[in-house]
Ligand binder design. Structure first.
Ligand code: TRP
Length: 441
């Protein structure tokens, strides 16, 4: 591990990990899932999953990554022997699949930001989304976004990943908070708050809501495929991992929650809530530009800022997805960083042409990789750290000697997390099957 790069310090790691967590998942995916699954009921279940399932798994990934100082495949075999290697392989495949469609959506947002800046949000919003998401254009913007991602990864952990997060994350926070304050001044937005923040408790136990919330907790925290694990492999043993995991969790939930305070009042203030009703992956990309257009001059500024913050979040997240694949090739095949970044970035870019071309494939990939595979990966990770790994508590104790509740953490990973995730997986295969074979659910 002689030449392995390290973060410059505490802020470097935390910002990069928050950069990974905060992305399209917090704004686009969170808002459309909340709209689809009954607003606050979803938000509440999602918060519970984040605290009791997400945070323990987050700490588990950090412990494995820092302890081994290796990317997922090598880290898992370091602690668990060769039986656990395939789990690392699954992580890499999952990262590949997620980045392929993630970059497509990022490409749309990049185009919205730039065309909004140059020409505003005029014209028919649905037709505009059609132009953005069909034909050659989405492929071109996806390839452009992947090129930027690969270039950042090629320049290294500190110069590329850390420095971009250092500049971009504060910018994103400022924009999102500013937009939420602005949204609060809109007349007629109160219906949006009511929808977002009041709940029908019957929905709390609806399997669809639970499955969506569990998947979202993993997606949003970048869990279940070794991204946080890989970032943690560049840490040294002075870091207080539990504190860092809480910081990451709070920042991630905070941005998602505040993004909801932007999206819902905006949509309700302009009376566009029925448009979101027929929610698909693209709904927000039609409804929000429509809202910006109705708002006239202010809408243009707000819209450009909104999409700029999406682009920024997407970039620091895409970087973490590619880093898993790249670090694996560096550790396992001895490739240089630039070579791994460009070759594997090109491979992901090629795969992404499919979802760029076909929205249905994009939705399917999100269901399968962004929901099912992440939850499955999280389940296996918790079994690994809960049962197979020799002494995970000793690994956390480095840098956090005073903490006393680690047995509770391991207990959660042994019993609670696997049991809950097994139930979630059971239900999510049901909806996956319905999706693939077209049986009405
Ligand atoms: N968490 C990011 C978001 O919310 C996306 C992301 C980055 C991700 N790395 C990941 C999702 C690893 C799952 C796994 O946009």
């Amino acid at each position: 591990m002689g030449h392995r790069e390290h973060w410059s310090g505490r802020a470097g790691f935390v910002l990069a990990a928050v950069g990974s967590a905060v992305g399209l998942g917090n704004m686009w995916r969170f808002s459309y899932l909340a709209a689809e699954n009954g607003g606050a009921a979803f938000v509440l279940v999602y918060l519970i999953f984040t605290i009791f399932i997400g945070l323990p798994v987050l700490l588990a990934e950090m412990v494995i990554g820092r302890g081994a100082g290796r990317s997922p495949v090598q880290a898992l075999s370091h602690f668990g022997g060769s039986v656990w290697r395939p789990l690392g392989g699954l992580f890499v495949v999952t990262g590949f699949l997620i980045l392929a469609y993630y970059s497509v959506i990022a490409g749309w947002t990049l185009r919205y930001a730039i065309s909004g800046l140059l020409g505003g949000f005029g014209g028919d919003a649905a037709a505009r989304f059609g132009a953005v998401s069909t034909g050659i254009a989405p492929i071109a913007w996806h390839l452009g976004f992947m090129a930027i991602t690969a270039a950042l990864i090629a320049s290294g952990v500190r110069a590329g990943i850390e420095r971009s997060a250092l500049v971009l994350m504060p910018l994103l926070f400022a924009i999102v908070v500013g937009l939420a304050i602005y949204a609060a001044t809109l007349e007629g937005g109160s219906g949006g708050y009511a929808y977002y923040l009041s709940t029908d408790f019957g929905k709390l136990l609806d399997p669809h809501v639970v499955v969506a919330a569990a998947g979202q907790a993993f997606f949003s925290l970048s869990l279940g495929m070794g991204a946080i694990l890989t970032y943690s492999s560049y840490l040294d043993r002075s870091h207080h991992l539990p504190n860092e995991s809480v910081t990451i969790g709070v920042a991630d939930f905070g941005v998602a929650f505040v993004a909801g305070l932007v999206v819902f009042p905006l949509i309700f203030a302009l009376g566009l809530q029925t448009e979101v009703g027929e929610s698909t992956v693209g709904a927000l990309f039609i409804t929000l530009p429509h809202a910006f257009q109705e708002m006239g001059g202010a809408g243009r500024v707000v819209g450009v800022l909104f999409f700029a913050s999406l682009v920024v979040g997407a970039l620091t997240s895409a970087v973490s997805l590619l880093e898993v694949v790249v670090a694996t090739a560096m550790d396992g095949l001895g490739w240089s960083r630039p070579r791994a970044a460009w070759v594997l970035g090109a491979a992901v870019a090629a795969l992404g042409i499919l979802p760029a071309h076909d929205l249905e494939i994009l939705g399917l990939m999100d269901q399968f990789a962004g929901n099912f595979l992440l939850v499955a990966g999280g389940l296996m990770l918790s079994l690994f750290v809960g049962w197979a790994m020799e002494d995970p508590i000793a690994e956390v104790l480095a840098g956090a000697e005073r903490v006393r509740w680690f047995p509770v953490w391991r207990g959660l990973l042994r019993w609670v997390v696997p049991a809950v995730l097994a139930v979630v997986l059971f239900y999510s295969t049901e909806s996956l099957r319905a999706m693939i074979f077209g049986t009405p659910s």
